[in-house]
Write a protein that binds this ligand. Structure first.
Ligand SMILES: *Cc1c(COP(=O)(O)O)cnc(C)c1O
Length: 462
């Protein structure tokens, strides 16, 4: 799996990480979400961009760049004009790359309609799904678990799309009022359920529903980062940051990514396999440190139950995309986190610098960043910034000199107003998209963490 190809027009198939399901096309992988063997789809080959193609990205606008990159994976299932017009319709917000210090930058992925980086993926995935569904005259139900930001991005991206209904599960008490309102204030095709459990429980419920034969007639699909349609759009902004900062010099670049389910960094790894010259990914987690532990010890143990940290969207004790990353390094990990075949851990350690950051250090990082640079980071970005600083300190002065490093800021500080207020005594400026939501009417139901109750709800209501 995962060989590089330079040949144009190759026919990419999608293969399950469990290797026990038949290969499918992009359209099928997108509409299915999870493979029938419980694995996650990955492209059979990763197209390598030629140096001319890389050069052509410089100065290219985001929508065009997105359609070029994603278009490599859609074979001939959607025309390039159609794909580009979808990208132009959804990517109507900015992507600031802010200089911080020396050769360090912040990539602000927080300017979308729900002020989270998840907008990049959800918006494109929603339109692509609708494109294929309306062409085939089919309907699906998107069932998705969220620790906050996926739910709002998906609700916003899918609201009003024909042929699609959406059910969102979120853990009670683990999402902020604002995050909940970002999901519960849409009507028509969006249903929201509060589950008496944790995020991992919500994710388990979703997986059970997918494996349940009684529900096969409902055409369930996922908008979580288990869906390949979420992952590929997340490769694009790595290219964009590189094109903007290096202007095509073949410099290596470091990305620091705040990780929960590891979908964001999996997008980055795909970009690197396509030829983006990344010297290292810093993968920074909160106190849910199963991946940093795995990389250092070689033994994988989920954190059960997951820990509640202030970077709430990363409170994940068993990241679903780890199976994909293990597969990219020649291993096999099943959906329970069992390692069937050991990946090349040494190579993983070479590419990935993993670090777990406590809440205390996250707060300290937010504070220091504000004092030093007069700018705000919210907790997720602060985890990544702390990880990046830690990594840069491990480099020798000569290695470090002039190397461009980019820290991904994945949510808008205004989403974490209370934390920032109590820590720094300042009020983040609210983006317009968040201002209007406070007064909208909410609608949602509550269920216990119990699979038969969810199943019943689906059967009765859909
Ligand atoms: C979802 C999320 C993350 C984690 O991204 P993964 O792709 O799950 O690793 C980080 N920060 C924010 C703000 C998020 O919403």
């Amino acid at each position: 799996m995962f060989e590089n190809e330079t040949v144009k027009g190759i026919d990419i198939k999608y293969i399950s990480t469990n290797l026990k399901a038949p290969p499918v096309t992009f359209r099928e992988a997108l509409l299915k979400g999870l493979a029938p063997d419980g694995g996650l789809y990955l492209p059979s080959v990763v197209p390598l961009l030629t140096s001319d193609e890389m050069e052509s990205l410089i100065g290219m606008e985001y929508p065009e760049l997105a359609s070029k990159i994603v278009g490599k994976y859609t074979s001939d299932e959607i025309s390039s004009t159609e794909l580009e017009s979808i990208c132009r319709a959804v990517y109507r917000f900015s992507l600031p790359v802010e200089h911080v210090d020396g050769s360090s930058y912040i990539l602000r992925l927080d300017q979308g309609p729900t002020a989270s980086f998840k907008d990049f993926a959800a918006l494109l995935m929603g339109r692509l799904m609708q494109h294929f569904l309306s062409r085939d005259n089919r309907n699906i139900i998107i069932l998705t678990a969220t620790s906050g930001d996926t739910g709002s991005a998906v609700a916003n991206a899918f609201a009003g799309l024909g042929n699609i209904r959406v059910i969102i599960l979120y853990p009670a008490g683990e999402v902020s009022d604002l995050q909940r309102k970002q999901m519960t204030t849409f009507d028509d095709n969006i249903s929201v359920i509060e589950i008496g459990g944790k995020f991992d429980d919500c994710q388990q419920l979703v997986k059970k529903a997918f494996m349940d034969r009684d529900l096969s007639g409902f055409n369930l699909s996922s908008a979580n980062s288990i869906n390949i349609g979420r992952l590929l759009p997340q490769s694009v902004y790595y290219f964009k940051a590189w094109a903007e900062l290096t202007k095509g010099r073949a410099d290596k670049i470091i990305f620091s990514v705040p990780c929960g389910n590891f979908g964001n960094v999996a997008g980055g790894l795909i970009a690197a396999r396509m030829g983006l010259p990344v010297s290292r990914f810093v993968i920074a987690t909160n106190e849910n440190n199963e991946v940093p532990e795995f990389l250092s010890s070689g033994t994988y143990e989920p954190v059960v139950p997951s820990k509640n940290c202030i970077s709430s969207a990363m409170n994940v004790g068993h990241p679903s995309n780890l199976a994909r990353i293990v597969s990219m390094y020649g291993g096999i990990m099943d959906e329970h986190g069992r390692i069937i075949k050991v990946p090349d851990l040494n190579l993983m350690r070479k590419d990935l610098f993993a670090i777990s950051v406590s809440d205390e250090l996250t707060r300290a990082s937010m504070k220091q960043f504000y004092l030093d640079y007069g700018k705000l980071l919210e907790p997720h970005g602060a985890v990544a910034w702390h990880g990046l600083s830690g990594y840069l300190r491990t480099l020798k002065k000569t290695e470090n000199k002039g190397i461009i490093s980019v820290c991904l800021e994945t949510a808008h500080p205004a989403k974490f107003r209370d934390e920032i207020r109590s820590l720094l005594n300042v009020d983040p400026v609210m983006p317009d998209s968040l201002k209007t939501i406070e007064f909208k009417k909410e609608e949602y139901i509550s269920l216990e963490n119990n699979y038969p109750l969810l199943k019943d709800f689906i059967i009765k209501n859909f």
